[in-house]
Design a binder for this molecule. Structure first.
Ligand SMILES: Cc1cc2nc3c(=O)[nH]c(=O)nc-3n(C[C@H](O)[C@H](O)[C@H](O)COP(=O)(O)OP(=O)(O)OC[C@H]3O[C@@H](n4cnc5c(N)ncnc54)[C@H](O)[C@@H]3O)c2cc1C
Length: 239
């Protein structure tokens, strides 16, 4: 059966980083979702013109609440409008939840290795939050690549005391400019960034890799080259 379009009311906005926004919608009749799934968002102009884009769900299921995170694409048709111009109380339409392979379920007990590039953190954040909400003992490690410190989403939630207390280990990889004092030189994710004895191929983690296509292909190739079976490496490309 076709997944229906539902009206989605913008109830609040957040700022996970200086360069991105989160949008919290209320969607009557929302059926719930799994961490990792996404929605299609449809905008309709007064003259009937429509534009549809996909956005990952950035938080686990919570009644009618649907949260997405957006890094506006300069010159893009939809993302600058959603992030800068859509007023609180306005309605768009959403269709979902979509996708069934790139998901993490609380009953999965094995270790999990997450790799995010830029806004690819959104669905992985839903997994981190779903794990915490479920009190899951599954070991989680996140390797998170952004260009520079200002682009890091959810800084406190991912690397502050809450993350450490919750058993999440995070490695931040800056590709262009690091924090002062950072020993790692800026550069794209390398095999050494992904290595960790507790999350190596022999530990059999499920790997989730999400972000721009070039990041996903590069990182998934590194994981497979390191010995992770391809069927353990799940990918989501933002295109
Ligand atoms: C499954 C999935 C999940 C996603 N989740 C997220 C998410 O959580 N967060 C997020 O921020 N994004 C996400 N995306 C990406 C998102 O769907 C959009 O692609 C993104 O927001 C850009 O949309 P846009 O309409 O602003 O840009 P578009 O108008 O689609 O343009 C994209 C780029 O192409 C350029 N361009 C447009 N038209 C042309 C042309 N004719 N010739 C040359 N260049 C052109 C634009 O300048 C821009 O740089 C996801 C994508 C997928 C597939």
């Amino acid at each position: 059966m076709a997944v229906p379009w539902r009206p989605a009311l913008l109830v609040s906005r957040g700022r996970p980083s200086a360069t991105s926004v989160t949008l919290m919608f209320s969607v009557p009749g929302w059926p719930g979702h799994q961490a990792g799934q996404h929605v299609d968002v449809r905008l309709t102009a007064e003259d009937g013109y429509q534009a549809v884009r996909s956005y990952s769900l950035a938080a686990p299921a919570d009644g009618e609440r649907v949260e997405i995170g957006i890094r506006p694409t300069p010159g893009g048709e939809v993302s600058p409008y959603l992030s800068d111009d859509l007023p609180d109380g306005a309605s768009v339409e959403v269709r979902g939840p979509l996708g069934g392979w790139f998901v993490w379920r609380p009953e999965q007990e094995g270790p999990v290795l997450l790799a995010a590039g830029g806004s690819g953190i959104a669905p992985l954040m839903a997994m981190v939050r779903a794990r915490r909400a479920a009190g899951s003992p599954a070991p989680f490690r996140l390797v998170y690549s952004v260009r520079e410190p200002e682009e890091l989403w959810y800084r406190d939630e991912l690397s502050g005391p809450a993350a450490a207390a919750g058993g999440l280990t995070t490695r931040i990889v800056y590709t262009r400019r690091s924090e002062p004092g950072d020993e790692r030189r800026p550069g794209r994710v390398a095999a050494s960034d992904l290595e960790d004895a507790l999350f190596g191929p022999s530990a059999g983690p499920t790997c989730y890799v999400c972000g721009p296509t070039a990041f996903v292909e590069h990182t998934a190739n590194l994981l497979v080259a390191a010995g992770h079976p391809p069927e353990h490496v799940r990918t989501e490309r933002f295109g």
